[in-house]
Structures are given as structure tokens and as C-alpha cells.
Ligand binder design. Sequence first.
Ligand code: NAD
Length: 507
Amino acid sequence: MRRIEGFVGGAAAKATSGRKGEVFNPNTGEVQAEVGFASAADVDAAVQAAVRAQPAWAAVNPQRRARVMFEFKRLVEANMNPLAELLSSEHGKVVADSRGDVQRGLEVIEFACGIPHALKGEYTEGAGPGIDVYSMRQPLGVGAGITPFNFPAMIPMWMFGVAIAVGNTFVLKPSEKDPSVPVRLAELFMEAGAAAGIDVAGVLNVVHGDKTAVDAILHHPDIRAISFVGSSDIAHYIYRTGAEHGKRVQAMGGAKNHGVVLPDADMDQTVKDLIGAAYGSAGERCMALPVVVPVGKRTADELRERLVAEIDTLKVGVSTDAQAQYGPVVTAAHRQRVKDYIQMGVDEGAELVVDGREFSLQGYEGGYFIGPSLFDGVKPGMKTYHEEIFGPVLQIVRADTVEEAVALPSSHQYGNGVAIFTRNGRAAREFASKVNVGMVGINVPIPVPVAYHTFGGWKRSAFGDTNQHGMEGVKFWTKVKTVTARWPETDGAGGAADASFVIPTMR
Ligand code: NAD
């Protein structure tokens, strides 16, 4: 049985806890590898490697750190196909989608290649007589990232790309469900250092595991900041516990993104956009679009008819099938959870228009496949509307007016992403301005911001006040030091100034 281990201090590191997890092949349902779970002592060893490496790494000038990032970008690009195939084999998303996963992470590395510019501080000449004030951004020390199963390449790179480029060292605890790609990234980062002529051993470390490893990170005195992405209850726990232990924490949670469809929308395009965003990656995206809100009966009826027709053409297949639009979900337990939600929707009184529960792929009967499902008549009071399903399930919630439609995402517990489909610029502008959600798409179904902007939801979709990547990421992973310097014009010639007992002001 293949065994997946951590990566610490520039080399493979075996977990010593004796505990392990199973890594499945979601296409077949077979266990394809086991992953060693880190004990608290293993986490400590990774943190100590990061502590040791940090001063030297922070002392490398920003331009040379950027050169390591350039080399890393080159190596990840050169390994794009094997990385994407490895990712698909553990996650189940189709290979083209896995390439997108790697690519979106790489775009943050591209941002990190420009880190010298982003790290320039502020300077005020002559803030007072002979006084200049300047500020600088310094790394925090050791940072940690805890990541979910659904983007095993992109989300680790969101975090360590920026954290490392600004001069921190890093301990990553990826999802135990698809742990291989993060290790491969750490190996490539070592190669990147060698190519740039800089020893980066200990700069990027990986430990695997579950709550035991996460709790060791949360309690570790040498970890200064924690970035988390996963489900909301765990995100809240990470935020509370990390803060209690004096750490800076950003914790992104779950989502239930709505697509509001106005009667004037380009219906051909909207239907295609909705289908891709609802069912792509089997709905296992925090920026999926699992709720559609058509405004008015005519829009709703037309949309439903077209969605049903489009669903009919969808091809679900193994992750290596280039014709398949989506593959299996990640585990049998997750498939059961999605099926349970579908039954709950039926029990709550929603109309199950298309039922994907019985789907099975010939020759792959053991795989974790689930067909596309569509609900109509979903109401705001229903549990299946309130909660995140995270599967290939699209729910139609009908609204009579635009106001009613806009109020739905605004009052939902989650506030990650939202989209509006319309030809009316004024309505779209008003929507973008007023909706109580962190990321908005206007005729864009999955509005994941580009790397040099910043990613983050509102309400129960994110705890903490700083987003991922872009300048928000730079802020999160650095602390500001502000220097006030006085260089008197007269070199003590006029005698020393009197002691002052009042707070200095600039009057
Ligand atoms: P998850 O919360 O189960 O796991 C996330 C991480 O937390 C993993 O590394 C896991 O090992 C760890 N973990 C799990 N249980 C824990 C516990 N009890 N204590 C401490 N740590 C624990 O999430 P998942 O199933 O891997 O990912 C799917 C979720 O992530 C969805 O809710 C999705 O919306 C969310 N997500 C959010 C974003 C975002 O940016 N907002 C992006 C991607 C995914």
C-alpha cells in the first residue's frame, strides 16, 4: 500500500503517531493509499524546522525570494499534467478541472513573484521639524495553513504563496482526503530554492492529519498566524481557539451561493452558466452556484424547462474521461450525505424535478458517482435551503419581485458569493452595491476574484477580517512597524531641548 508522509525541513517526514487515514480512489471506491497522521510531537518537529529556517529566509532580500517564486512557478507549470492527474485521482474532479485548480493557485504565485513591490512601506518626509515617519511590513515568523479537500492545490498556494514570499516560514496541514498534491508542491518548492541558489529547507513544511494535528497547530506557541479554509463550524472553532492562543486567524467557511435571474437575462447563456457552476466539480466548490432565484413565473418556468433539457445532456464520468463534465464526489460518506440532503428536500416538500441518486456508472459501480439533481419549489424556511449540500444539486427558489430575490442571498446565513444575470446595467449596479455578500458576479457565475484582488466571503462564510491573497494577504501575513525619526538640524549646538511631559502633537 502506498504511504503518504509529511515533508519537514526539506525531506520526507514519517508520522510517528501510529494513526493513519485512508485515501480513496473515488472513481472505483478502492483504498489507493494510506496517509500517516501527525502527532502533536510531529507537528512540533515541523514548527521547529520552520522556526530554524525563518531568520535566514527573512534575511534573503525580497527580490531573491521572488526569484524562488519564479522558479516555483516554472516547475509547477512544467509539472502541470502529472499534478492535475494526481489531484484528480484522489479528489475525483475531472483532469481539466484539476488543471484549473493548479492554475488558480499558480496565479497567486505569480502575484507573489511581484512581492518586492507589494512590500514597499510608506514614508512621510517632514512630519514635524526634522522628523520623518516611515513604516515597514515585516514577516510574522511561522505561519500555518489548514486546508479543505476541494482545492488541494489552489488553496494551499493561496496561503503559502503570499506567506512565504513576505518572509515567513510555513507549516501546511492539508486535507487528509487528498494529501498527495500538497506534498508534491513542497517538493517542487525545494527544487525551486535549489534552482535559485537558495537553501529553502524548512521554509515550507507539510504535516498530515485530523483534529489532533490541527489542535497541535492551534496551541503551538511558535505559530503566529493561522489561515483556515473549510466548513463553517470548524472555521469558527479555529477562529475562536486560535485567537484565544494569541494568534492572528483568518478562517473561511461554507457557502450557499445564489444566482438571481432577472426576466431580461440572456437565457441561453444563463442556463449554460448555471449548469456549469452548479454541477462542475460535482458541486464541491465553495463558489458553486447551488441556488437559482428566477424573478417572475415566466422566467422561472422557462428556466426550469431549459435546465432540465441541459441536465439531460450532462455526462458524468471517471475523472480521466476527457468527455465527462464532472466526476465522482470525494468519499462514500460524502455521497451518502448528499443523498440524505436530497431525501430531506423531498420530505420538506420541495419538488424533486430531476433525481440523480440512482445514477451508477457502468464498469465503475464502486465509484462515488451521483447524478445531477434539480429541485423546484424550494422555500427559505427549509433546512436544505439553509444548509450547504456541497454536491451536484441545484435548487430553484422562485421570487415574485427583484426585491424579494435580492433579499434571499442578503439574509442567508452564508455570504460567500452571489451572481446576478441581467442585461440591465443599472439593476446590476444596484444589486452589487446593496447585496450582503462578499463576492459578486454580474453575468459571471463563479466570481472568484483574480489573484491580485482578494478572496473572502461575509457572514458565516468567513471569520476574521482579512481576506486571502492580493494585498489583503500581504497584510495578513505581515505586521507593520512604524518608525518616527528625528534628526535635529543643529547638532546640539543650541543645547538640549527641555524635557516634555505632554504627549507630542503636530500642532
Ligand atoms: P472540513 O471543515 O471538513 O475540513 C477542513 C480542514 O479542517 C481539513 O484540513 C480537516 O482535516 C480539518 N478538520 C476537520 N474536522 C476538524 C475538527 N473537528 N477539528 C479541527 N480540524 C478539523 O472541510 P472539507 O470537507 O475538507 O471542505 C469542504 C468545506 O470547505 C465546505 O464547507 C466548503 O464550502 C468549504 N470551503 C470554503 C472555501 C472558502 O473560501 N470559503 C473554499 C473551499 C472550501
